[in-house]
Write a protein that binds this ligand. Sequence first.
Ligand SMILES: O=C(O)CCC(=O)C(=O)O
Ligand SMILES: [Fe+2]
Length: 352
Amino acid sequence: MTASYWPAASVKSSREAFDSAFRAGAQSHGAVIIENFSFEAPWTDIKSLQDLLVRRPDICERLNAAQPPTKPNVKLAAVNFNKDSNRIIDQKVSLDSSAKRISKMAEDGVDIVELLGEQCKSIIDFHANIEALLAPRIMQALSGLVDDQLDSIHSDRAFTLRLCHYFERQAGEIAPRCGKHRDYGTFTIIFQDASQPGLEMLRDGVWQRVPAGCCVVQFGWCSQIRSNDRIKALPHRVVDSPAGADGIVPRRDSVAFFVAPDEAALLETITREGEVALYADMPTTHKQFKALMARRWSEREGTVEAGSDTRSQEDIVEEYQRAATMRHASAMDSGPAIKEALSTAAAPAICA
Ligand SMILES: O=C(O)CCC(=O)C(=O)O
Ligand SMILES: [Fe+2]
């Protein structure tokens, strides 16, 4: 099915056709529907795994034991929180997995298949297929748009697969299913259960729905900064789908595959000819940038209490934008003086 609003690119088309459709869509709309990826998310196994997590706190505890409390593998705050505490927490349960997280659990003696059952095998295979067959094509297409050498800052394979479970609930609740936010990294591929809509993206001030069942790619802060705004990190959220006659909003399941730059890679803005850099005075590495951006919506995730630094991600990025504007203004001011100095200076000595 082709979505009416969002541009699409088919992985069955030639590499050139895919790259050009993807780049055009990314640039014009900030999100692209991916068509014809041969591998379906194993929804039956995903849902049964999510049901297991909700039923078995002991399993969640074992999954989380290898992780620092601020970065748990399973986020259960939405089901555990005290409803009288006035905290607004996203009404979802999520399970994150990555090569790093799985090997940490193995070090702790946790065999993931033994703990989660046979159903996790199809999910591991799906993860492997995205990583081997889809993510590289997107990276390739994006390379020509963000940075010609995008591969070189993704050698650590900082990829995370997140299974999101928005449990059924009464219509009209205040807490969002997933509140408005932008992703951190290079790009995110989202797979959605065909039966339940809910994902929306904010473009030109209007919330646009993403049809249920579509696979969609959108971009994070790292790509927006690196591409000098040639592509944008769109704010997005998940809202309730229509309730049934009983007033219950049905469950929704999705899979998000996050791709982020290597932590040691430099955070830079790559300008094209004729462009003025729109970001300046950023931290040197992605590790430093991530530390600044992480958990700015802690209250939504319910993983940590809000700290003393109350700046939002938007506030932080706006500081870099302001720094670039000031630099540009002062370069314009000192322009004539520099020209004058250059025209009267002695020709530089050339070393033989
Ligand atoms: O569930 C979805 O469709 C989107 C999830 C999302 O935006 C996220 O986890 O960052
Ligand atoms: Fe997101």
